[in-house]
Design a protein around this ligand. Sequence first.
Ligand code: SF4
Length: 312
Amino acid sequence: MEVRAITPRGYCYGVVDAMTLAQRVAMDPNVPRPIYILGMIVHNRHVVEWLDKEGIINLDGPDRLSLLDQVERGTVIFTAHGVSPQVKEKAKAKGLTIFDATCPDVTRAHRVIQEKAAQGYEIIYIGKKGHPEPEGAMGHAPGKVHLVETEDDLETLPIQAEKVAVVTQTTLSQWDTEALVQKVVERYPQAEVYNEICLATQLRQKAAVEQGKDCDVVIVVGDTRSNNSNRLVQVVREIAGRPAYLVDNVTEIRPEWLEGARCVGVTAGASTPSQIVKEVLDYLRSYDPANPRPPRSILEEGPLQVIPRPKR
Ligand code: SF4
């Protein structure tokens, strides 16, 4: 059985920067304690458990603004998904020390929203309801940003403006987004489109489709809450037309997925620790259908050291 390690896959620059910042903060004795992260720093539970081990308290809940009610002193880290100006102001007003791990690609989308809103545009933001990135983005022009996830949302939009801009979340499926943008432009021909799907997401999706299309099955390693991991599964199924499965780690691979397979593709979400992807590849490379051994994971030994501790 050929095991095809799809490239590029896994960690993106935004996630690596966020994790490095969090580790640096945790190791600095001068940073006021306790240290909190507002939401999952990236959507992967192994990364969250690692930070917990490093002494960082992860706060999770429906929105960043109300999460701050749980913090009275110390330090907050904002996640790679970005936050609204209201969250920054509230943290400052509470006298908290702030570290911002917002990905530069998310910041760029925030700037577009602010600029266009200041120029009198109504903004259609294509994104996923309930995800922290739209929450942060919408706060950059309150009342001016309209969240659209599906064509149905478009039907009920209350926009009558002459100036309309379309901005997208960074981790969407590029094919779905293209189709939805087309619908927006049919309805608002005057719309200016700012496609903010980040390069890391675009390259991983394209690679999964192009390198996965002649595989019998593609395994995506990632967390069920990771939007970009779920989008990888979606594009392999819908665009490449191949079966695809999301697994958190090697132990979730089912033998029936591999039955008769001559080629198995492997890719990973942008927030998936490399060690977890490596053991999936190692397991598949030594897979013997006549004598399949049950997969074992390093996770059974305890939480991962997600990135190495720097030498002091
Ligand atoms: S997926 Fe894209 S936007 Fe999100 S952290 Fe990575 S590079 Fe940044």
